[in-house]
Design a binder for this molecule. Structure first.
Ligand code: AGP
Length: 610
């Protein structure tokens, strides 16, 4: 997730774009840059780090004035956050900024023989493709049209041509872009926050559309040149609401971003032969075939993602998989050697407990793979390999999209290991990937049905204790649901393995005690039937049962004081869906309680002390 701004008008383009980028910094802050057409060539500056670094660089080496400019603030996906990998990318007379993931960038890069690449990004490929079209005599609009039809994946591209300085052209597919229309001035941006200080008249764009901006106005066509459906609207949000895209909290926005974050994390994982590729993994298949144990090390929510991963990885690969709290790992004198694969999971990539654990593991000569959402962070830098989630910046302290995209990365790792070790045929891996690719839509279905959860939170606002039950992969979901409630509502919340209830915790059950229970899909009848029995046990003792189960499970519904319906999915993937109502519940209960959901008391987004 990156921030893009383009401007054409009579103001100072540098000022307008820089201020717009500052308002989009929540979308990414690894690096920033700006480009403008000046006297037949492209003038540009770009710097790793926050926008302040770029502004300082421009202060020292000023850009000329221009009424046309494009800018970018980056959340790195392909390529570390360096000056060279920053946007804009320039290829001769053309400069582009890009938000998204170009899945077929490797194949396209191979087509561009003779092009001199200065970065390791997927985005630069688009710049060279555009440059080739322009050098071939195409205008910027036709060039963008031609290039857009070559790209696969998710992209918003905004480009300028030094030979055609009064024009900005953009293209969008599966990635946000909105147009701002002022009085003789025009804007394109990732979201309205970038330009509402200048105009509140905006145009919502559709899929596969080309936007052309000139001093005469804005024209939008489809990729094939035909007419395009757009929608004019007036922005009535204030700036802060605009940065949260109308949500009250970043956390709530991030809960609703999960379908897209999961889809983005799945992008570009298959090669042209349909085989799973984890190109950031950089550990040879031979080494992976020698692994005889996996140890997952993480903290907090990321640890619960690891607990889910254990079930999937062991089932698919038959490699023993332990899951350890990072803060405990190195103090228990773990049995780790060169045949061990240590997998660290960290959204921030800076958690000290996890960092210390992997340093210990590497001293024992274990291979370390990091699953991380922050490109270039310390933990991936100190690991042998990395699988990046593509959730975009997670601003809310309570992790949500970080968790679900970690699950995706863990599933991908498990399938990759199964594929490399011959435990699963290509068609089996492909089948599971296809099911994963259906998850964004299934998650959206859960989000669309949020009202019962919001009503429940209002009813339970005065509760002081809530229990969560789950079995198999539902157990880590219960633990994560309890953590969300602790973090946000500051009340007692505890997750249990449903089978463990009778060994003590059932003594906690009292009249009307709220209990969330995650019921496995009916594909695993024995597992499910036992949980149904567990629900009956607690209902018999007066508990208020909030049952999460798949659509059509009438036995589960019959045991529910409140029934939360989940789309049907296979057992191992159900956590992707079951966690969403629990995230929503915690967010809503904290909101109703008047708490600061984005910055809960006593917590930090990244715990960089042991
Ligand atoms: C999750 O909601 C918490 N903010 C916390 O448990 C977090 O998951 C934990 O600190 C690990 O952070 P990391 O994923 O950045 O390593």
């Amino acid at each position: 997730m990156c921030g893009i701004v383009g401007y054409l008008g009579n103001r100072d383009g540098l000022d307008v774009v820089l201020s717009g980028l500052r308002r989009l910094e929540y979308r990414g802050y690894d690096s920033a840059g700006i480009a403008m057409p000046v006297d037949g060539s492209i003038e540009w500056r770009k710097k790793a780090g926050k926008i302040a670094n770029l502004a300082a660089a421009i202060e020292q080496d000023p850009l000329p004035g221009s009424g046309v400019a494009i800018g970018h603030t980056r959340w790195a996906t392909h390529g570390a956050p360096t000056d060279a990998n920053s946007h804009p990318h320039v290829a001769g007379r053309v400069a582009i900024v890009h938000n998204g993931i170009i899945e077929n960038h490797d194949a396209l890069r191979a087509e561009l023989d003779g092009a001199e690449f200065s970065s390791e990004t997927d985005s630069e490929v688009a710049a060279h493709l555009l440059g080739r079209e322009l050098d071939g005599g195409a205008g910027l609009v036709d060039a963008m049209r031609a290039v857009s039809t070559k790209l696969e994946g998710a992209f918003t591209l905004v480009a300028i041509d030094a030979q055609d300085p009064q024009r900005i052209v953009a293209a969008r597919r599966n990635s946000p872009l909105v147009v701002g229309k002022g009085d003789g001035e025009y804007f394109v941006a990732s979201d309205v926050a970038a330009f509402i200080e200048y105009t509140r008249d905006a145009v919502e764009l559709g899929q596969d559309q080309i936007v052309e901006i000139t001093p005469d106005g804005v024209s939008v066509t489809s990729f094939d040149g035909g007419p395009a459906q757009t929608k004019d609207f007036h922005v009535d949000w204030d700036l802060e609401a605009a940065q949260k895209q109308g949500f009250d909290w970043y956390m709530r926005k991030e809960i609703f971003e999960q379908p897209k974050a999961v889809a983005d994390t799945l992008l570009g994982r298959l090669n042209e032969r349909g085989e799973l590729v984890l190109d950031e993994l950089r550990i040879s298949p031979e080494t992976l075939r020698r692994i005889n144990k996996i140890v997952i090390v993480a903290a907090g929510t990321s640890f619960y993602a690891g607990l889910v991963a254990k079930y999937a990885i062991e089932h698919w690969t038959r490699i023993p998989c332990e899951v350890e709290l990072a803060s405990e790992f190195r103090y228990r004198d773990p049995i780790v050697d060169p045949m061990t694969l240590v997998v660290t999971i960290s959204q921030s990539g800076e958690t000290a407990d996890t960092l210390m654990a992997i340093r210990h593991a590497r001293e024992q000569h274990a291979k370390v793979v990091a699953i991380c959402n922050t490109n270039g962070a310390t933990i991936p830098r100190e690991s042998d390999a990395v699988i990046y989630t593509h959730a975009g910046p997670e601003i809310g302290v309570a992790s949500t999209k970080g968790f679900t995209t970690q699950l995706i990365a863990c599933y991908l790792l498990g399938l990759y290991l199964a594929q490399v070790r011959g435990m699963k045929y290509g068609d089996e891996v492909a089948g599971l990937l296809r099911e994963l690719e259906r998850m964004p839509e299934a998650m959206q279905g859960v989000l669309d049905n949020q009202q019962p959860i919001l009503d429940l939170a209002a009813e339970l606002v005065d509760e002081t204790s809530v229990l969560f039950l789950g079995r198999h992969v539902g157990y880590p979901v219960a633990l994560e649901g309890a953590l969300k409630l602790k973090e946000l509502a500051y009340i007692h919340a505890e997750g249990f393995a449903a089978g463990e209830l009778k060994h003590g915790p059932i003594a906690l059950v009292s009249q009307d005690l709220p209990m969330f229970i995650v019921v496995p899909p009916r594909g695993r009848d024995q597992l499910r039937d036992k949980v149904i029995s567990n629900i009956a046990e607690v209902r018999a003792r007066g508990a208020r049962t909030i049952v999460l189960a798949e659509a059509g499970d009438d036995d589960a519904r019959a045991q529910a004081s409140t029934f939360i319906e989940l789309p049907r999915v296979s057992t191992l993937l159900q956590p992707l869906l079951a966690i969403v109502p629990l995230q929503l519940f915690a967010c809503e209960l904290a909101t109703v309680k008047g708490h600061d959901v984005d910055q809960p008391r006593n917590l930090a987004k990244s715990v960089t002390v042991e």
